[in-house]
Design a binder for this molecule. Structure first.
Ligand code: RB5
Length: 171
């Protein structure tokens, strides 16, 4: 199984750990960045991971930022992505078994490394078994997003990044 991973600069080390952890379990890992600790913007990496998954280049994705909130919100805006921000094992199982979530999100600064490993294990070991009820629910969720003209557009955020560089935005 091929897994895309991505993060912002706040949690690059934890993303690297997740990559190694998954590789040790036999997964093929595609690291979508960021690759260092230089300040960057989590929507870029959420978009990259989501694109890998919705285009079928990867089977599943894992994203993280400090809280997990920002990057999972970005992933959710990509058509075909179903992302769950998970902080415990029960939610990880639910995300896969009930909603067939194709991207798992964690908060690198708010969940301990041991919990993150347990969440990964629970999510990747859980199985989605389709039923008409589950499929109907998922279809309703997926129907909320229609747009996909940004897929593969690596300059999608250029306008926003120029504003960041000009100092128009602040953390
Ligand atoms: C830093 O940009 C921080 O806001 C981010 O890592 C995350 O916690 C957002 O949800």
């Amino acid at each position: 199984m091929k897994v895309a991973i991505g993060c912002d600069h706040i949690v690059t080390g934890i993303k690297n750990h997740i990559g190694e952890y998954l590789k040790a379990k036999g997964f093929e890992v595609v690291d979508c960045g960021t690759y260092d600790y230089e300040r960057t913007h989590y929507p870029i990496y959420g978009k990259r991971v989501a694109e890998q998954v919705v285009t079928g280049q990867c089977d599943l994705g894992v994203v993280l930022c400090g809280t997990g909130v920002g990057i999972t919100n970005a992933v959710q805006k990509v058509k075909g992505a179903r992302c769950a921000l998970v902080g415990d094992v029960s939610a990880a199982v639910h995300a896969k078994e009930q909603l067939n979530c194709n991207v798992l999100g964690v908060g690198g600064r708010v969940s301990g490394i041991g919990m993150i490993e347990d969440i990964l294990d629970a999510y990747f070991n859980a199985e989605y078994v389709p039923t008409p009820e589950k499929e109907a629910t998922i279809a309703k969720i997926d129907a909320l997003i229609q747009r996909d003209d940004y897929i593969g557009d690596d300059h999608f955020f250029d306008e926003f990044l120029e504003k960041w560089d000009r100092g128009e935005y602040h953390d």
